[in-house]
Design a protein around this ligand. Structure first.
Ligand SMILES: [Zn+2]
Length: 329
């Protein structure tokens, strides 16, 4: 397991090096590995050990950048077209597919209620497009939270299967494999969700009126790759900089993962302009500034904490009773 994982990482590293100039990768490879590993390391003791032992941590870490390996346009163009929108949400546009709501009512996040089901959101966006010609197609808005919800539900479903097999004293090795894949896969998108440039139309340079003179679009040397890849890889030490922040937060059982996750995305979105202000002050150039470093460390930790809590709550709620499925009726 370890040797083949290392060989695959080496191959993936070579591939990612050739893609380093392409923007919109979420966190870079290092950031995603760090988030996935720290989340697994900080799971509470009542989560099955295979998610936290040496093999579990290796798989989680390797899976961190996995969906970014599915972005090879010239090799797998159909997969790229379908899965790329799963990595981001252009929040400023997504609200056109939501309905206004009063604070405190069900599913209401900052005045908007988003459809929980992906295709309901697609239909709502499609209906809104004629009034918003700046949006080329519904998929350019992104499906981040829907992807997180769906992969989280896969994880919960497989954990429920694991409980059944443990109770029946069956071999759980196969279902453990599925669970590790689900959890690692989920981690990628949850990690993307802590990166402010993944929840905004300002994803790689400020667009529209720019009175504060923030960085503008630059395909080759834009703010996106500088912030999430170049700066992180050169300056962040996972064990001393980010791990203590994750360890200091108590694991939480999330009772409504949909609304809680939207709150998380909304908070990330509230930090977009702060990121541009820091960038303007050279916070992410070279060794950057202490303010820039604290900002990045906090965002990476926020991703790991959210992932830990989502895995934990998938485990807890995999014990909820369900009606057995007996095929179409
Ligand atoms: Zn991503």
């Amino acid at each position: 397991m370890r040797l083949s994982a290392i060989a695959r990482i080496a191959t993936a590293s070579a591939l990612l090096a050739t893609l380093a100039t392409q923007p919109a990768f979420g966190w870079g490879r290092d950031g995603h590995m760090l988030i996935n590993k720290l989340a697994a390391q900080n799971l509470p003791d009542d989560v099955p050990y295979f998610l936290r032992n040496g093999n579990g941590l290796d798989v989680m870490e390797w899976m961190g950048p996995e969906p970014d390996r599915w972005k090879q346009r010239d090799a797998e163009p159909e997969l790229v077209a379908t899965q790329s929108p799963d990595h981001f949400l252009d929040y400023e546009w997504a609200i056109y597919g939501a309905t206004p709501c009063d604070a405190g009512t069900t599913d209401c996040v900052d005045g908007y209620r988003f459809p929980r089901k992906r295709y309901d959101f697609v239909r709502a966006m499609q209906a809104a497009l004629p009034q918003h010609p700046e949006i080329k197609s519904f998929e350019t808005v992104g499906f981040q939270p829907w992807q997180v919800e769906e992969v989280w539900e896969r994880l919960k479903s497989d954990l429920r299967e694991y409980r059944k097999e443990v109770a029946a004293k069956q071999d759980t090795a196969p279902v453990q494999l599925a669970i590790l894949f689900d959890a690692g896969w989920l981690g990628h998108y949850v990690g993307d969700g802590s990166q402010p440039l993944h929840v905004s139309i300002q994803y790689n340079g400020w667009t529209g009126p720019n009175p504060n003179g923030y960085a503008v679009f630059d395909k080759q040397n834009g703010i996106h790759a500088k912030f999430e890849s170049v700066y992180v890889s050169a300056n962040v030490k996972p064990d001393t900089d980010v791990a203590p922040l994750v360890a200091a937060s108590k694991p939480a059982d999330i009772t409504d993962e949909w609304t809680q996750y939207f709150d998380y995305l909304h908070h990330t979105h509230s930090l977009v302009e702060r990121l541009y202000q820091l960038d303007k002050a050279k916070a992410f150039d070279g060794a950057g500034t202490p303010e820039g470093k604290a900002f990045v460390d906090e965002r990476l930790a926020a991703g790991a904490i959210e992932l830990r809590d989502l895995i934990y709550s998938a485990w807890v709620h995999s014990a909820d009773p369900v009606q057995e499925y007996h095929g179409p009726q």
